[in-house]
Design a protein around this ligand. Structure first.
Ligand code: UDX
Length: 440
């Protein structure tokens, strides 16, 4: 099937490549010429495991192309919207400028394709009510609107797209339009549906809410365990053991209960805020006041990590040398949007410390972008002469660091483990003073 994907960021580019791998003929549309040029040459503009190979393979097959020209999407039966919905400047709401522009760019190209009405399929995370509003533009132009939220995690984007936990279709309330749109989407995802991946078919509002509800739940789980970490700190208990113990209960589960410096990235923080803003507009703000608390706990755990480092070096960070291991918001990513690691590094720097930061993927990006922090190439280089080492993104190579080897260059031997990713006994045995989050 011929299809287009508007927006070629993490979501759009990965979706486009995955659709091509299912045998579809896909054109990716973006306004960013440099990104389109890079993608067209088969090179990924961001770090995502497995994506480079997939992209190259699909571009080489001829099924996947990229363009900046909206006219090239004409003739596609399905147009996916995969543009960003960032937080507005100076507020909590989602900025829908890019979604609106994407839909506007498609409107002139929604004529019938082999006698069928083309689909505009929203994948971006949007405030509930957006799909209804966009349908009123798409339908008169000859298309059908569907909301089909995406749940991919960075670092697992390819796997999550090809083998998702579930597929959600948000369809029109008009039954015949809904049936027509569903039939086309079933063709798009035929290979996935044949594998019995659960399909939930619903209306626009529910589909939009599924996505923000899922992200709110995940954020709540993380802030819940970070709140427990605060109590563990106050009582000398160990939050890692606590998480393990409560996680044995299937109803609670072990996942997303890693206490530490909290959640960041391009999704969870802005999605819970946009959800609160939208609830306010709907007069239902009380239903989501708990998300305000989730957000506050998340901020507090970052400050706590800075506090730990400050106390560890005797009460003042000024003129101290601090090694920061990690800048990305999570491992296996070079994404630093709302990164707890980078935020903490900057705060430590702002208190007058000399910060040396290293990150296998985000480091080069940070250096290129320009930063007031010193970017170095390895944990050993960062730790060289450091008064305190802070592990803030749990890359595998950081978790596997040898405390004896690191001690050779960091004689102060103080470590703040912002992700509770290290074995305290091992580090203490090597003479380190170990601080975790909510660990004695
Ligand atoms: C998230 C959702 O998981 C995904 O379904 C949605 O489509 C987009 O948003 P992502 O932003 O890639 O995905 O990151 P995720 O793996 O959810 O992690 C978010 C943040 O939470 C990271 O900063 C991570 O370090 C932190 N985290 C995660 C914790 O602090 N503790 C945990 O137990 C889990």
């Amino acid at each position: 099937m011929r299809m287009s994907v508007v927006g070629t960021g993490y979501l759009g580019a990965v979706h486009a490549a995955c659709m091509a791998s299912l045998g579809h003929e896909v054109v990716g549309l973006d306004v960013d010429e440099a990104k389109v040029a890079l993608l067209s040459s088969g090179q990924a503009p961001f770090h995502e495991p497995g994506f480079d190979e997939l992209l190259k393979e699909q571009v080489d097959s001829g099924r996947l192309t990229f363009t900046t020209d909206p006219a090239e999407v004409a003739g596609a039966l399905v147009h996916f919207i995969g543009v960003g919905t960032p937080q507005v400047e100076g507020g909590y709401a989602a900025d829908l400028t890019y979604v609106d522009a994407a839909v506007a760019s498609l409107l002139p190209h929604l004529g019938p394709v082999d006698g069928r009405r083309p689909l505009v399929v929203g994948k971006s995370t949007v405030p509930v009510g957006t799909a209804e509003r966009l349908a009123a533009q798409v339908e008169p132009a000859g298309g059908l609107l569907v909301w089909n939220p995406e749940f991919l995690r960075e670092g697992f984007a390819v796997q999550d797209t090809i083998d998702p936990d579930r597929i959600v279709y948000g369809l029109s309330k008009d039954e015949s339009d809904a049936a027509e749109a569903k039939a086309v989407l079933d063709e798009v995802y035929a290979e996935l549906l044949a594998r019995d991946i659960p399909l939930v078919v619903t209306d626009y509002a529910t589909a939009e809410l599924v996505k923000v509800a899922a992200n709110s739940f995940l954020a709540t789980k993380i802030s819940f365990i970070n709140a427990m970490a605060e109590l563990c700190t106050a009582t000398g208990a160990d939050v890692s053991t606590l998480a393990e113990a409560i996680g044995h209960d299937d109803r609670i589960g072990k996942k997303f209960l890693r206490a530490g410096i909290g959640f960041g990235g391009g999704c969870l923080p802005k999605d819970i805020r946009a959800f609160m803003a939208r609830a306010g507009e709907l007069g239902a703000d009380q239903a989501l006041t708990f998300l305000r608390e989730v957000d506050l706990i998340n901020d507090r755990t970052r400050l706590h990590a800075v506090d730990l480092a400050r106390r560890a070096v005797g009460g003042r960070l000024r003129h101290k040398t601090v090694a920061v291991l990690g800048a990305a918001f999570k491992p296996d990513s070079d994404d630093m949007r709302n990164s707890p690691a980078l935020d903490i590094a900057r705060r430590v720097h702002d208190e007058g410390a000399h910060v040396k930061v290293t990150d296998p993927a985000a480091g080069p990006v940070l250096r290129k972008r320009g930063t007031r922090l010193e970017v170095v190439d390895s944990a050993r280089e960062a730790a060289d002469g450091a008064d305190v080492v802070m592990l803030l993104t749990e890359w595998k190579q950081f978790k596997e660091l040898d405390p004896d080897e690191l001690a050779e260059v960091a004689p102060a031997r103080i470590i703040v483990d912002g992700r509770n990713a290290l074995d305290p006994a091992r580090w203490r045995a090597a003479g380190w003073t170990y601080y975790g989050i909510g660990r004695p």
